[in-house]
Design a protein around this ligand. Structure first.
Ligand code: G4P
Length: 534
Protein backbone atom coordinates (compact mmCIF):
# COMPACT_ATOMS: atom_id res chain seq x y z
CA UNK A 1 0.00 0.00 0.00
CA UNK A 2 1.25 3.44 -0.83
CA UNK A 3 1.95 5.88 1.91
CA UNK A 4 -0.82 8.49 2.10
CA UNK A 5 1.38 11.50 2.52
CA UNK A 6 3.79 10.47 -0.29
CA UNK A 7 0.87 9.97 -2.66
CA UNK A 8 -0.70 13.34 -1.86
CA UNK A 9 2.59 15.23 -1.97
CA UNK A 10 3.28 14.13 -5.53
CA UNK A 11 -0.09 15.30 -6.84
CA UNK A 12 -0.53 18.45 -8.91
CA UNK A 13 -4.03 19.46 -9.93
CA UNK A 14 -4.38 22.40 -12.28
CA UNK A 15 -6.42 23.88 -15.10
CA UNK A 16 -5.20 25.34 -18.35
CA UNK A 17 -7.02 28.53 -19.22
CA UNK A 18 -6.94 30.44 -22.47
CA UNK A 19 -8.94 32.19 -25.12
CA UNK A 20 -9.86 29.81 -27.97
CA UNK A 21 -6.98 29.19 -30.37
CA UNK A 22 -4.24 30.40 -28.06
CA UNK A 23 -2.95 26.82 -27.94
CA UNK A 24 -4.42 25.17 -24.83
CA UNK A 25 -5.12 21.85 -26.57
CA UNK A 26 -1.71 21.76 -28.21
CA UNK A 27 0.00 22.45 -24.89
CA UNK A 28 -2.07 19.78 -23.14
CA UNK A 29 -1.11 17.30 -25.85
CA UNK A 30 2.57 18.03 -25.40
CA UNK A 31 2.26 17.58 -21.62
CA UNK A 32 0.60 14.24 -22.20
CA UNK A 33 3.32 13.22 -24.64
CA UNK A 34 5.93 13.83 -21.98
CA UNK A 35 3.89 11.86 -19.51
CA UNK A 36 3.63 9.03 -22.02
CA UNK A 37 -0.15 9.14 -21.65
CA UNK A 38 -0.72 9.44 -25.38
CA UNK A 39 1.33 8.13 -28.24
CA UNK A 40 0.91 10.95 -30.70
CA UNK A 41 -0.36 14.47 -30.78
CA UNK A 42 -3.84 15.17 -32.05
CA UNK A 43 -5.80 12.89 -29.77
CA UNK A 44 -6.95 15.25 -27.07
CA UNK A 45 -9.79 17.14 -28.63
CA UNK A 46 -12.23 16.01 -31.25
CA UNK A 47 -12.03 18.30 -34.21
CA UNK A 48 -14.43 18.10 -37.12
CA UNK A 49 -12.30 15.43 -38.76
CA UNK A 50 -11.75 13.45 -35.59
CA UNK A 51 -15.12 13.57 -33.95
CA UNK A 52 -15.10 10.94 -31.29
CA UNK A 53 -11.64 11.46 -29.93
CA UNK A 54 -12.49 11.78 -26.29
CA UNK A 55 -16.13 11.08 -25.77
CA UNK A 56 -19.35 10.48 -27.52
CA UNK A 57 -21.36 11.15 -24.44
CA UNK A 58 -24.02 13.18 -26.08
CA UNK A 59 -25.60 12.96 -29.49
CA UNK A 60 -25.33 16.71 -29.82
CA UNK A 61 -21.67 16.47 -29.15
CA UNK A 62 -21.32 14.01 -31.99
CA UNK A 63 -23.38 16.10 -34.38
CA UNK A 64 -21.32 19.17 -33.66
CA UNK A 65 -17.97 17.40 -33.51
CA UNK A 66 -17.02 19.29 -30.42
CA UNK A 67 -16.50 18.40 -26.84
CA UNK A 68 -19.22 20.00 -24.74
CA UNK A 69 -18.10 18.42 -21.55
CA UNK A 70 -14.82 19.02 -19.89
CA UNK A 71 -12.75 16.06 -18.92
CA UNK A 72 -10.03 15.39 -16.44
CA UNK A 73 -6.76 13.98 -17.63
CA UNK A 74 -4.44 12.19 -15.29
CA UNK A 75 -0.88 11.18 -16.09
CA UNK A 76 2.48 10.59 -14.46
CA UNK A 77 5.61 12.57 -15.12
CA UNK A 78 8.91 12.39 -13.29
CA UNK A 79 7.34 10.96 -10.15
CA UNK A 80 4.49 13.46 -10.13
CA UNK A 81 0.88 12.45 -10.54
CA UNK A 82 -0.70 15.19 -12.63
CA UNK A 83 -4.40 15.99 -12.94
CA UNK A 84 -5.24 18.44 -15.71
CA UNK A 85 -8.72 19.84 -15.53
CA UNK A 86 -9.84 20.68 -19.02
CA UNK A 87 -11.77 23.94 -19.17
CA UNK A 88 -14.09 24.00 -22.20
CA UNK A 89 -13.45 26.96 -24.47
CA UNK A 90 -14.92 27.62 -27.91
CA UNK A 91 -18.70 27.53 -28.26
CA UNK A 92 -18.90 25.11 -25.35
CA UNK A 93 -17.80 27.76 -22.88
CA UNK A 94 -20.20 27.40 -19.99
CA UNK A 95 -20.52 27.75 -16.26
CA UNK A 96 -18.72 24.40 -16.03
CA UNK A 97 -15.64 26.14 -17.32
CA UNK A 98 -15.70 28.42 -14.30
CA UNK A 99 -16.64 25.72 -11.85
CA UNK A 100 -13.79 23.53 -12.96
CA UNK A 101 -11.46 26.23 -11.67
CA UNK A 102 -12.92 25.66 -8.19
CA UNK A 103 -11.32 22.21 -8.24
CA UNK A 104 -7.86 23.41 -9.34
CA UNK A 105 -4.90 24.28 -7.13
CA UNK A 106 -3.26 26.40 -9.80
CA UNK A 107 -3.75 27.54 -13.36
CA UNK A 108 -1.66 27.72 -16.50
CA UNK A 109 -2.70 30.70 -18.59
CA UNK A 110 -1.86 30.35 -22.27
CA UNK A 111 -1.53 33.58 -24.21
CA UNK A 112 -1.07 34.00 -27.95
CA UNK A 113 2.06 36.12 -28.31
CA UNK A 114 0.56 38.05 -31.22
CA UNK A 115 -2.68 38.84 -29.42
CA UNK A 116 -1.98 39.24 -25.73
CA UNK A 117 -4.92 39.16 -23.34
CA UNK A 118 -8.23 38.21 -24.98
CA UNK A 119 -11.81 38.25 -23.62
CA UNK A 120 -11.97 34.67 -22.37
CA UNK A 121 -8.56 34.91 -20.73
CA UNK A 122 -9.92 37.90 -18.87
CA UNK A 123 -13.03 36.08 -17.61
CA UNK A 124 -11.15 32.99 -16.50
CA UNK A 125 -8.43 35.01 -14.87
CA UNK A 126 -11.03 36.78 -12.71
CA UNK A 127 -12.18 33.45 -11.30
CA UNK A 128 -8.62 32.34 -10.53
CA UNK A 129 -7.99 35.66 -8.89
CA UNK A 130 -11.05 35.31 -6.71
CA UNK A 131 -9.45 32.19 -5.21
CA UNK A 132 -5.91 33.60 -5.17
CA UNK A 133 -4.54 30.46 -6.77
CA UNK A 134 -1.10 30.56 -8.42
CA UNK A 135 -1.18 31.47 -12.10
CA UNK A 136 1.61 30.48 -14.46
CA UNK A 137 1.72 32.21 -17.82
CA UNK A 138 2.82 30.51 -21.02
CA UNK A 139 3.21 32.94 -23.91
CA UNK A 140 2.77 30.80 -27.00
CA UNK A 141 3.41 30.92 -30.75
CA UNK A 142 6.79 32.66 -30.69
CA UNK A 143 7.46 30.96 -34.02
CA UNK A 144 5.03 33.51 -35.47
CA UNK A 145 5.22 37.27 -35.54
CA UNK A 146 4.67 38.37 -31.95
CA UNK A 147 4.18 41.50 -29.91
CA UNK A 148 7.08 42.96 -28.02
CA UNK A 149 7.61 40.80 -24.88
CA UNK A 150 7.98 43.86 -22.63
CA UNK A 151 4.63 45.07 -23.96
CA UNK A 152 2.96 41.75 -23.22
CA UNK A 153 4.23 41.71 -19.64
CA UNK A 154 3.16 45.28 -19.18
CA UNK A 155 -0.34 44.43 -20.38
CA UNK A 156 -0.59 41.50 -17.93
CA UNK A 157 0.50 43.67 -15.04
CA UNK A 158 -1.74 46.60 -15.91
CA UNK A 159 -4.89 44.67 -16.74
CA UNK A 160 -4.65 41.97 -14.12
CA UNK A 161 -2.94 43.86 -11.35
CA UNK A 162 -0.40 41.11 -10.74
CA UNK A 163 3.36 41.06 -10.92
CA UNK A 164 5.10 39.07 -13.63
CA UNK A 165 8.42 37.32 -13.48
CA UNK A 166 9.81 36.14 -16.83
CA UNK A 167 11.51 32.81 -16.21
CA UNK A 168 12.90 32.84 -19.72
CA UNK A 169 13.13 35.44 -22.47
CA UNK A 170 12.42 35.03 -26.18
CA UNK A 171 15.12 35.65 -28.74
CA UNK A 172 13.32 37.11 -31.74
CA UNK A 173 10.05 35.78 -33.09
CA UNK A 174 8.49 34.48 -36.29
CA UNK A 175 11.02 33.61 -38.97
CA UNK A 176 13.70 35.04 -36.74
CA UNK A 177 12.80 33.07 -33.63
CA UNK A 178 16.06 31.72 -32.29
CA UNK A 179 15.10 30.36 -28.92
CA UNK A 180 14.81 31.44 -25.31
CA UNK A 181 17.22 32.63 -22.67
CA UNK A 182 16.82 30.82 -19.36
CA UNK A 183 17.28 33.44 -16.66
CA UNK A 184 18.04 31.03 -13.85
CA UNK A 185 20.55 28.90 -15.74
CA UNK A 186 21.81 32.01 -17.60
CA UNK A 187 21.94 30.00 -20.78
CA UNK A 188 20.30 29.88 -24.17
CA UNK A 189 18.01 27.15 -25.37
CA UNK A 190 18.24 27.30 -29.10
CA UNK A 191 15.28 26.74 -31.36
CA UNK A 192 16.67 24.26 -33.76
CA UNK A 193 14.64 24.23 -36.93
CA UNK A 194 15.71 20.68 -37.53
CA UNK A 195 13.39 19.43 -34.80
CA UNK A 196 10.32 21.24 -36.05
CA UNK A 197 7.28 19.06 -35.53
CA UNK A 198 9.18 16.31 -33.78
CA UNK A 199 7.84 15.03 -30.49
CA UNK A 200 10.79 16.16 -28.42
CA UNK A 201 13.07 19.04 -29.14
CA UNK A 202 16.54 19.08 -27.72
CA UNK A 203 17.82 22.59 -27.30
CA UNK A 204 21.45 23.53 -27.21
CA UNK A 205 22.56 25.02 -23.94
CA UNK A 206 24.89 27.91 -24.34
CA UNK A 207 26.19 30.28 -21.72
CA UNK A 208 25.29 33.95 -22.23
CA UNK A 209 28.93 34.92 -21.75
CA UNK A 210 30.06 32.61 -24.55
CA UNK A 211 29.96 35.36 -27.22
CA UNK A 212 31.48 33.28 -29.95
CA UNK A 213 29.10 30.38 -29.59
CA UNK A 214 26.15 32.72 -29.22
CA UNK A 215 27.09 34.63 -32.35
CA UNK A 216 27.20 31.42 -34.30
CA UNK A 217 23.80 30.37 -32.95
CA UNK A 218 21.75 33.54 -33.11
CA UNK A 219 23.93 36.02 -34.94
CA UNK A 220 25.78 39.03 -33.62
CA UNK A 221 22.88 41.49 -33.83
CA UNK A 222 20.47 39.31 -31.96
CA UNK A 223 23.07 38.50 -29.39
CA UNK A 224 23.57 42.22 -28.76
CA UNK A 225 19.82 42.84 -28.52
CA UNK A 226 19.43 39.93 -26.15
CA UNK A 227 22.19 41.12 -23.86
CA UNK A 228 20.61 44.58 -23.70
CA UNK A 229 17.19 43.14 -22.91
CA UNK A 230 18.58 40.85 -20.22
CA UNK A 231 20.31 43.79 -18.60
CA UNK A 232 17.05 45.71 -18.66
CA UNK A 233 15.16 42.78 -17.20
CA UNK A 234 17.66 42.09 -14.45
CA UNK A 235 17.65 45.75 -13.51
CA UNK A 236 13.92 46.39 -13.72
CA UNK A 237 12.09 43.31 -12.56
CA UNK A 238 11.54 42.35 -8.98
CA UNK A 239 13.20 39.35 -7.36
CA UNK A 240 11.61 36.00 -7.73
CA UNK A 241 9.34 35.49 -4.74
CA UNK A 242 7.86 32.01 -4.32
CA UNK A 243 5.45 33.13 -1.64
CA UNK A 244 4.00 35.76 -3.98
CA UNK A 245 3.64 33.06 -6.66
CA UNK A 246 1.83 30.73 -4.25
CA UNK A 247 -0.53 33.53 -3.24
CA UNK A 248 -1.34 34.38 -6.84
CA UNK A 249 0.30 37.82 -6.69
CA UNK A 250 3.20 37.06 -9.02
CA UNK A 251 2.92 35.07 -12.23
CA UNK A 252 6.02 33.27 -13.53
CA UNK A 253 6.07 33.80 -17.29
CA UNK A 254 7.49 31.41 -19.89
CA UNK A 255 7.84 31.92 -23.63
CA UNK A 256 7.76 29.14 -26.21
CA UNK A 257 5.89 27.38 -28.96
CA UNK A 258 3.52 24.57 -28.12
CA UNK A 259 3.14 23.46 -31.72
CA UNK A 260 6.87 23.07 -32.16
CA UNK A 261 7.21 21.55 -28.74
CA UNK A 262 9.68 24.24 -27.91
CA UNK A 263 10.10 25.23 -24.30
CA UNK A 264 7.40 22.82 -23.11
CA UNK A 265 9.41 20.36 -21.08
CA UNK A 266 11.44 23.08 -19.30
CA UNK A 267 8.13 24.79 -18.56
CA UNK A 268 6.57 21.60 -17.21
CA UNK A 269 9.59 20.89 -15.01
CA UNK A 270 9.62 24.38 -13.51
CA UNK A 271 5.88 24.49 -13.14
CA UNK A 272 5.79 21.20 -11.23
CA UNK A 273 8.56 22.41 -8.98
CA UNK A 274 6.99 25.79 -8.22
CA UNK A 275 3.34 24.86 -7.93
CA UNK A 276 2.13 23.25 -4.75
CA UNK A 277 0.66 19.87 -3.87
CA UNK A 278 -3.08 19.85 -3.04
CA UNK A 279 -4.12 22.93 -1.09
CA UNK A 280 -6.20 22.95 2.09
CA UNK A 281 -9.91 23.79 1.79
CA UNK A 282 -12.20 25.68 4.09
CA UNK A 283 -15.22 23.95 5.60
CA UNK A 284 -17.38 25.82 8.08
CA UNK A 285 -14.58 28.20 8.93
CA UNK A 286 -12.22 25.28 9.58
CA UNK A 287 -9.24 24.41 7.41
CA UNK A 288 -9.25 20.86 6.11
CA UNK A 289 -5.73 19.59 5.65
CA UNK A 290 -5.37 17.46 2.50
CA UNK A 291 -3.02 15.16 4.40
CA UNK A 292 -5.66 14.40 7.00
CA UNK A 293 -6.32 10.66 6.74
CA UNK A 294 -10.09 11.19 6.75
CA UNK A 295 -11.54 11.27 3.26
CA UNK A 296 -13.50 14.32 2.13
CA UNK A 297 -14.53 15.62 -1.28
CA UNK A 298 -16.85 18.13 -2.90
CA UNK A 299 -18.91 17.93 -6.07
CA UNK A 300 -17.92 20.58 -8.61
CA UNK A 301 -19.61 19.32 -11.72
CA UNK A 302 -22.51 17.13 -12.72
CA UNK A 303 -22.58 15.58 -16.14
CA UNK A 304 -25.87 14.25 -17.37
CA UNK A 305 -26.65 11.58 -19.88
CA UNK A 306 -23.29 10.19 -20.73
CA UNK A 307 -25.10 6.99 -21.44
CA UNK A 308 -28.42 7.71 -23.08
CA UNK A 309 -29.75 4.18 -22.52
CA UNK A 310 -29.48 4.61 -18.77
CA UNK A 311 -30.09 8.33 -18.53
CA UNK A 312 -27.43 8.44 -15.87
CA UNK A 313 -25.54 11.31 -14.39
CA UNK A 314 -21.96 11.46 -13.28
CA UNK A 315 -21.01 13.68 -10.38
CA UNK A 316 -17.41 14.83 -10.49
CA UNK A 317 -15.77 15.24 -7.11
CA UNK A 318 -12.52 16.76 -6.16
CA UNK A 319 -10.95 14.90 -3.24
CA UNK A 320 -9.95 17.44 -0.62
CA UNK A 321 -8.39 15.20 1.99
CA UNK A 322 -7.33 11.65 2.66
CA UNK A 323 -7.80 8.60 0.53
CA UNK A 324 -10.80 7.27 -1.30
CA UNK A 325 -11.39 3.51 -1.36
CA UNK A 326 -13.82 1.81 -3.66
CA UNK A 327 -16.69 0.00 -1.98
CA UNK A 328 -16.20 1.72 1.38
CA UNK A 329 -19.18 3.44 2.94
CA UNK A 330 -19.15 7.25 2.77
CA UNK A 331 -21.51 9.95 3.90
CA UNK A 332 -23.29 12.46 1.65
CA UNK A 333 -23.67 15.45 3.95
CA UNK A 334 -26.44 17.38 2.16
CA UNK A 335 -28.50 14.23 1.61
CA UNK A 336 -27.88 13.04 5.18
CA UNK A 337 -27.27 9.48 3.93
CA UNK A 338 -24.50 6.92 3.80
CA UNK A 339 -23.74 5.20 0.54
CA UNK A 340 -21.18 3.00 -1.16
CA UNK A 341 -19.45 3.82 -4.43
CA UNK A 342 -18.93 0.68 -6.40
CA UNK A 343 -18.18 2.17 -9.80
CA UNK A 344 -16.00 5.22 -9.18
CA UNK A 345 -14.35 6.36 -12.35
CA UNK A 346 -11.36 8.35 -13.27
CA UNK A 347 -10.44 9.88 -16.57
CA UNK A 348 -7.13 8.58 -17.78
CA UNK A 349 -6.31 10.64 -20.83
CA UNK A 350 -9.04 9.66 -23.23
CA UNK A 351 -10.49 6.71 -21.35
CA UNK A 352 -12.70 6.27 -18.38
CA UNK A 353 -11.75 3.50 -16.04
CA UNK A 354 -12.99 2.16 -12.76
CA UNK A 355 -10.58 2.86 -9.95
CA UNK A 356 -10.00 1.27 -6.56
CA UNK A 357 -8.41 4.18 -4.78
CA UNK A 358 -7.70 7.86 -5.20
CA UNK A 359 -6.08 10.59 -3.13
CA UNK A 360 -6.48 14.24 -2.20
CA UNK A 361 -5.99 16.25 -5.38
CA UNK A 362 -7.60 13.60 -7.60
CA UNK A 363 -10.92 13.92 -9.35
CA UNK A 364 -13.33 11.02 -9.36
CA UNK A 365 -16.53 10.64 -11.29
CA UNK A 366 -19.29 8.71 -9.57
CA UNK A 367 -22.63 7.46 -10.76
CA UNK A 368 -25.31 9.80 -9.47
CA UNK A 369 -28.89 8.57 -9.24
CA UNK A 370 -29.97 12.21 -8.88
CA UNK A 371 -28.89 12.85 -5.30
CA UNK A 372 -25.98 15.21 -5.73
CA UNK A 373 -25.94 18.95 -6.36
CA UNK A 374 -23.03 21.18 -7.24
CA UNK A 375 -21.07 22.03 -4.11
CA UNK A 376 -22.16 18.98 -2.05
CA UNK A 377 -19.79 17.37 0.43
CA UNK A 378 -18.97 13.68 0.72
CA UNK A 379 -16.92 12.50 3.70
CA UNK A 380 -16.19 9.66 6.11
CA UNK A 381 -19.07 8.45 8.20
CA UNK A 382 -19.17 10.23 11.49
CA UNK A 383 -17.19 13.28 10.37
CA UNK A 384 -18.93 16.64 10.33
CA UNK A 385 -17.28 18.40 7.42
CA UNK A 386 -19.36 20.61 5.15
CA UNK A 387 -17.55 22.47 2.45
CA UNK A 388 -18.78 25.89 1.49
CA UNK A 389 -20.81 25.94 -1.71
CA UNK A 390 -19.51 26.87 -5.12
CA UNK A 391 -20.41 30.38 -6.25
CA UNK A 392 -22.89 30.92 -9.02
CA UNK A 393 -21.31 32.73 -11.92
CA UNK A 394 -22.96 35.44 -13.90
CA UNK A 395 -24.60 34.25 -17.12
CA UNK A 396 -24.16 36.48 -20.15
CA UNK A 397 -26.97 35.32 -22.40
CA UNK A 398 -30.64 35.30 -21.55
CA UNK A 399 -33.77 33.95 -23.17
CA UNK A 400 -37.43 33.69 -22.29
CA UNK A 401 -38.42 30.04 -22.51
CA UNK A 402 -41.93 28.55 -22.59
CA UNK A 403 -43.24 25.09 -23.37
CA UNK A 404 -45.08 24.79 -26.67
CA UNK A 405 -47.62 22.27 -25.43
CA UNK A 406 -49.39 23.56 -22.32
CA UNK A 407 -50.34 19.97 -21.38
CA UNK A 408 -46.68 19.32 -20.61
CA UNK A 409 -46.38 21.71 -17.70
CA UNK A 410 -45.19 19.07 -15.26
CA UNK A 411 -42.51 17.68 -17.54
CA UNK A 412 -41.38 21.19 -18.40
CA UNK A 413 -41.02 22.18 -14.74
CA UNK A 414 -39.26 18.91 -13.87
CA UNK A 415 -36.84 19.14 -16.78
CA UNK A 416 -36.01 22.78 -16.20
CA UNK A 417 -35.43 22.17 -12.50
CA UNK A 418 -33.26 19.14 -13.01
CA UNK A 419 -31.11 20.77 -15.64
CA UNK A 420 -30.78 23.86 -13.48
CA UNK A 421 -29.82 21.67 -10.51
CA UNK A 422 -27.02 20.14 -12.56
CA UNK A 423 -25.82 23.67 -13.10
CA UNK A 424 -25.95 23.65 -16.92
CA UNK A 425 -28.33 26.63 -16.93
CA UNK A 426 -29.62 29.12 -14.43
CA UNK A 427 -33.30 29.88 -14.21
CA UNK A 428 -34.95 33.10 -13.16
CA UNK A 429 -38.49 34.29 -12.82
CA UNK A 430 -40.20 37.60 -13.18
CA UNK A 431 -41.59 38.33 -9.72
CA UNK A 432 -45.19 37.13 -9.42
CA UNK A 433 -45.19 35.37 -12.79
CA UNK A 434 -46.23 31.75 -13.30
CA UNK A 435 -43.87 28.81 -13.74
CA UNK A 436 -44.65 28.33 -17.41
CA UNK A 437 -42.49 31.26 -18.44
CA UNK A 438 -38.91 31.06 -17.32
CA UNK A 439 -35.94 33.28 -17.99
CA UNK A 440 -32.93 31.12 -18.73
CA UNK A 441 -29.43 32.47 -18.25
CA UNK A 442 -26.36 30.75 -19.64
CA UNK A 443 -22.64 31.49 -19.75
CA UNK A 444 -22.23 30.11 -23.30
CA UNK A 445 -24.96 30.12 -25.97
CA UNK A 446 -24.49 26.45 -26.78
CA UNK A 447 -26.22 25.68 -23.49
CA UNK A 448 -29.49 26.94 -25.03
CA UNK A 449 -29.23 24.22 -27.64
CA UNK A 450 -28.31 21.64 -25.03
CA UNK A 451 -31.38 22.69 -23.04
CA UNK A 452 -33.70 22.41 -26.05
CA UNK A 453 -32.21 19.09 -27.05
CA UNK A 454 -32.46 17.59 -23.58
CA UNK A 455 -35.97 18.82 -22.83
CA UNK A 456 -37.17 17.28 -26.05
CA UNK A 457 -35.26 14.01 -25.74
CA UNK A 458 -35.51 13.40 -22.03
CA UNK A 459 -38.76 15.08 -21.04
CA UNK A 460 -40.69 15.16 -24.31
CA UNK A 461 -41.12 18.95 -24.27
CA UNK A 462 -40.72 21.29 -27.19
CA UNK A 463 -39.64 24.77 -26.26
CA UNK A 464 -40.35 28.22 -27.58
CA UNK A 465 -37.34 30.42 -26.98
CA UNK A 466 -37.05 34.18 -27.44
CA UNK A 467 -33.58 35.53 -26.92
CA UNK A 468 -33.39 38.64 -24.77
CA UNK A 469 -30.83 41.36 -25.23
CA UNK A 470 -29.65 41.38 -21.63
CA UNK A 471 -25.99 40.54 -21.16
CA UNK A 472 -25.17 41.30 -17.55
CA UNK A 473 -26.54 40.12 -14.26
CA UNK A 474 -25.88 41.17 -10.69
CA UNK A 475 -27.07 39.82 -7.38
CA UNK A 476 -28.51 42.44 -5.03
CA UNK A 477 -26.43 42.28 -1.90
CA UNK A 478 -28.72 44.37 0.30
CA UNK A 479 -31.16 41.72 1.52
CA UNK A 480 -33.29 44.26 3.38
CA UNK A 481 -33.98 46.25 0.25
CA UNK A 482 -37.32 45.95 -1.57
CA UNK A 483 -36.48 45.97 -5.31
CA UNK A 484 -39.88 47.51 -6.04
CA UNK A 485 -38.50 50.75 -4.65
CA UNK A 486 -35.48 50.82 -6.98
CA UNK A 487 -35.27 53.35 -9.77
CA UNK A 488 -34.71 51.20 -12.85
CA UNK A 489 -34.43 52.29 -16.47
CA UNK A 490 -36.13 50.43 -19.34
CA UNK A 491 -32.99 48.42 -20.09
CA UNK A 492 -32.83 46.90 -16.62
CA UNK A 493 -35.06 44.15 -15.28
CA UNK A 494 -35.67 42.81 -11.79
CA UNK A 495 -35.79 39.00 -11.59
CA UNK A 496 -35.61 36.33 -8.87
CA UNK A 497 -33.87 32.99 -8.72
CA UNK A 498 -35.53 29.86 -7.38
CA UNK A 499 -34.29 30.61 -3.89
CA UNK A 500 -36.05 33.95 -3.99
CA UNK A 501 -32.83 35.98 -4.26
CA UNK A 502 -33.30 39.29 -6.04
CA UNK A 503 -31.24 40.06 -9.10
CA UNK A 504 -31.05 42.67 -11.81
CA UNK A 505 -30.36 41.98 -15.45
CA UNK A 506 -28.92 44.68 -17.70
CA UNK A 507 -28.27 45.24 -21.38
CA UNK A 508 -24.80 46.70 -20.85
CA UNK A 509 -22.08 47.64 -18.37
CA UNK A 510 -23.33 51.22 -18.74
CA UNK A 511 -26.75 50.42 -17.41
CA UNK A 512 -25.17 48.87 -14.30
CA UNK A 513 -23.39 52.14 -13.64
CA UNK A 514 -26.58 54.16 -14.14
CA UNK A 515 -28.53 51.98 -11.75
CA UNK A 516 -25.81 52.34 -9.12
CA UNK A 517 -25.76 56.10 -9.60
CA UNK A 518 -29.56 56.38 -9.40
CA UNK A 519 -29.82 54.18 -6.31
CA UNK A 520 -27.27 55.25 -3.71
CA UNK A 521 -26.52 52.49 -1.21
CA UNK A 522 -27.39 49.71 -3.64
CA UNK A 523 -24.72 46.98 -3.62
CA UNK A 524 -24.40 44.52 -6.50
CA UNK A 525 -22.41 41.28 -6.67
CA UNK A 526 -20.88 39.71 -9.75
CA UNK A 527 -20.80 36.19 -8.28
CA UNK A 528 -23.41 34.82 -5.95
CA UNK A 529 -21.22 33.91 -3.05
CA UNK A 530 -24.05 32.99 -0.71
CA UNK A 531 -22.86 30.04 1.29
CA UNK A 532 -19.50 29.92 -0.43
CA UNK A 533 -15.99 30.46 0.80
CA UNK A 534 -13.70 30.04 -2.15
P1 G4P B 1 -7.06 26.03 -28.16
O1 G4P B 1 -7.14 24.66 -27.57
O2 G4P B 1 -6.54 27.04 -27.20
O3 G4P B 1 -8.30 26.47 -28.84
O4 G4P B 1 -5.93 26.02 -29.30
P2 G4P B 1 -5.29 24.83 -30.12
O5 G4P B 1 -4.29 24.12 -29.30
O6 G4P B 1 -6.37 24.04 -30.78
O7 G4P B 1 -4.50 25.68 -31.18
C1 G4P B 1 -5.13 26.58 -32.07
C2 G4P B 1 -4.34 26.65 -33.36
O8 G4P B 1 -3.05 27.23 -33.07
C3 G4P B 1 -4.05 25.31 -33.99
O9 G4P B 1 -4.01 25.50 -35.40
C4 G4P B 1 -2.66 24.99 -33.50
O10 G4P B 1 -1.97 24.09 -34.34
C5 G4P B 1 -2.03 26.35 -33.51
N1 G4P B 1 -0.89 26.46 -32.58
C6 G4P B 1 -0.79 26.06 -31.29
N2 G4P B 1 0.42 26.34 -30.79
C7 G4P B 1 1.12 26.95 -31.77
C8 G4P B 1 2.46 27.46 -31.87
O11 G4P B 1 3.26 27.41 -30.96
N3 G4P B 1 2.79 28.01 -33.07
C9 G4P B 1 1.94 28.07 -34.13
N4 G4P B 1 2.36 28.62 -35.25
N5 G4P B 1 0.68 27.59 -34.07
C10 G4P B 1 0.27 27.03 -32.91
P3 G4P B 1 -5.21 25.16 -36.35
O12 G4P B 1 -4.74 25.38 -37.73
O13 G4P B 1 -6.43 25.90 -35.91
O14 G4P B 1 -5.53 23.67 -36.03
P4 G4P B 1 -4.75 22.39 -36.54
O15 G4P B 1 -5.44 22.04 -37.79
O16 G4P B 1 -3.31 22.75 -36.68
O17 G4P B 1 -4.97 21.40 -35.44
Amino acid sequence: MSDLSTEIKRRRTFAIISHPDAGKTTLTEKFLLYGGAIQSAGSVKGKASDKHAVSDWMELEKQRGISITSSVLQFEYDGYCINILDTPGHQDFSEDTYRTLMAADSAVMVIDAAKGIEPQTRKLFKVCRMRNIPIFTFINKLDREARDPFDLLDELEREFGIGTYPMNWPIGCGQKFKGVYDREARSVLSFDEFYRGRERIHGIDCDITDTEKLDSLIGENMRRDLCEQIELLDGASSDFDLEAVREGRLSPVFFGSALNNFGIEPFLIQFLKLTSSPLPRIAGGETIDPFDDKFSAFVFKIQANMNKAHRDRIAFMRISSGKFERGKEYFHVQGGKSFRLSQPQQMMASEREVIDEAYAGDIIGVFDPGIFSIGDTVCEKGSKIKFAGIPTFAPEHFAMVEQVDSMKRKQFAKGMNQIAQEGAIQIFFEPNSGLERVIVGVVGVLQFEVLEYRLKNEYGCDLRRSNMNYSQIRWIKNKELDPKNLKLSHDTKWVQDFRGNNLLIFTSEWSIRWVLEDNPGLELLEFNQDDSEV
